[in-house]
Design a protein around this ligand. Structure first.
Ligand SMILES: N[C@@H](CCC(=O)N[C@@H](CS)C(=O)NCC(=O)O)C(=O)O
Length: 198
């Protein structure tokens, strides 16, 4: 049984934990979620032993603890998927890594203290969305990598949602037409839909 530590639903399940829930569902693994209150994540002396930067997600697999969403996605794809969803390995990992740019921009937006910092963060986030949109424009599979659906799609889809659309002051995802088309395709996958219900 695998355990995914995440923030409680009421505090926002969290895009990073959702990435892992999607992949656990895609791989049809036997797993359970364990909600950790934000206070515990931030202050408990035990939690810092799990994750030195006091973040979720954390995956527990028997005695093995894996932290950081990118590492967890790779771990699951390699250990339980025999490389499934990690076909063009280094290109896939590059796009998982590029997604961090969007995560950082969204985090700076959250912490922005004035309008100028907000604008800077929004422009930075849009820059990363632009990279994704351009990449999708030339995709042969309709997913990020020409080789097909991968953990890169999973990393990005978790951040392409209503909440972030509003924060980034986008009227619609159609402002990035290739992202909008890709979003519809990815959201129809049962494993993805299920991770939004959990
Ligand atoms: N680089 C980390 C980022 C994880 C992260 O930012 N998690 C947020 C929730 S999505 C968190 O743990 N926040 C704890 C807090 O707000 O104290 C990853 O990719 O896993």
């Amino acid at each position: 049984m695998l355990t995914l530590y995440h923030l409680p639903y009421a505090e926002g399940y969290g895009a990073n934990a959702r990435k892992i829930a999607i992949l656990l569902n895609e791989l049809e693994l036997n797993w359970k979620g364990e909600a950790v209150p934000r206070d515990t994540v931030r202050t408990s002396p035990e939690y810092v032993l799990l994750h030195p930067d006091r973040k979720v997600p954390v995956l527990k697999d028997g005695e093995t603890i894996v932290i950081e969403s990118a590492a967890i996605l790779q771990y699951l794809a390699e250990v339980y998927g025999s490389g499934k969803y990690l076909e063009s390995k280094y290109d896939t990992l590059a796009w998982v890594s590029l997604q961090n740019g969007l995560s950082s921009a969204v985090a700076s937006l959250f912490h922005a203290e004035d309008e100028s910092q907000k604008t800077k963060a929004i422009n930075n986030a849009r820059h990363y969305l632009g990279l994704l949109d351009d990449k999708l424009a030339s995709s042969k599979s309709g997913y990020i990598l020409d080789s097909g659906y991968s953990i890169a799609d999973i990393a990005w889809i978790a951040f392409v949602d209503e909440r972030r659309k509003e924060r980034l002051r986008l009227e619609s995802w159609e402002q990035f037409p290739n992202i909008a088309k890709w979003q519809k395709k990815v959201l129809t996958r049962p494993a993805v839909a299920k991770a939004y219900e959990e």
